[in-house]
Design a protein around this ligand. Structure first.
Ligand SMILES: C[S@@+](CC[C@H](N)C(=O)[O-])C[C@H]1O[C@@H](n2cnc3c(N)ncnc32)[C@H](O)[C@@H]1O
Length: 209
């Protein structure tokens, strides 16, 4: 199957953006269906991302934002690996409501496609898993992530392979390298949701602003 057809593999990939996506996630939480589906689908994005982040950062006290944290699967993984100073952000309140207690210090309900109300140079690391995908969050969000990170922070994120070129992530990543906003340290293919035939690029960048 060509990566272009990935949009038909999972119902949410057919949605356009904004409210439609938010409502879908809100409903996906009923009876904990999102978390159950991720177990059934053997979703490996959170573990793969945290493993890569940890490979390049052993300082456990750094302040990390989990952007598009959903129900907290990445936060749980970060915490398991000793990272203790975590905030989470997502635009679905119902996903945020399912985050286990004691994972994040702060939870923000924000739209990552807008300028976010977070000060410059707040974080020392960002994880963003499953959020750069069909109809979700677009490349300009990467500018905001760099803005709210201190210099030398690591940003570790997945991009669904099906949208990588179509949504202009290839160009954005190059632009940010060309203007010395970051350097790409790792760019690898993630299994992601292999059981559904959906893969993602897993990227680790270091802020160099
Ligand atoms: C596939 S889920 C991934 C959640 C979590 N990172 C994980 O790995 O389980 C994508 C998340 O992105 C959030 N999302 C989608 N578009 C968003 C936007 N524009 N702003 C903030 N969050 C958004 C959804 O609400 C959902 O929680």
């Amino acid at each position: 199957m060509s990566q272009k057809d990935i949009g038909n593999k999972i119902p949410i990939y057919k949605l356009k953006a904004g409210k439609e996506v938010e409502d879908y996630y809100d409903e996906w939480t009923i009876e904990n269906k999102y978390d159950k589906d991720m177990v059934d689908w053997k979703y490996s994005g959170p573990q793969e991302t945290v493993t890569l982040f940890k490979k390049h950062n052993s300082k456990k006290e750094i302040k990390i934002l989990d952007a598009g944290c959903g129900t907290g699967l990445v936060g749980v993984e970060l915490k398991k690996n000793g990272y203790l100073n975590l905030d989470g952000a997502d635009f679905s309140q119902k996903m945020l409501d399912l985050v286990p207690k004691n994972i994040y210090e702060n939870l923000f309900k924000i739209d990552l496609n807008q300028k976010v109300n977070i000060a410059d140079d707040t974080y020392e690391g960002i994880t963003c898993v499953g959020t750069f995908t069909f109809g979700h969050v677009n490349p300009p969000a990467l500018d905001e992530m760099i803005r709210i990170c201190k210099n030398e922070s690591l940003i570790c994120f997945t991009i669904n392979i099906g949208i990588y070129e179509e949504y202009g992530f290839d160009k954005k990543i190059k632009e940010l390298e060309d203007n010395n906003s970051w350097k790409i340290i790792e760019f690898i293919k993630s299994d992601y949701i292999a059981s559904k035939g959906v893969n993602a690029w897993l990227v680790l960048a270091q802020v160099t602003k």
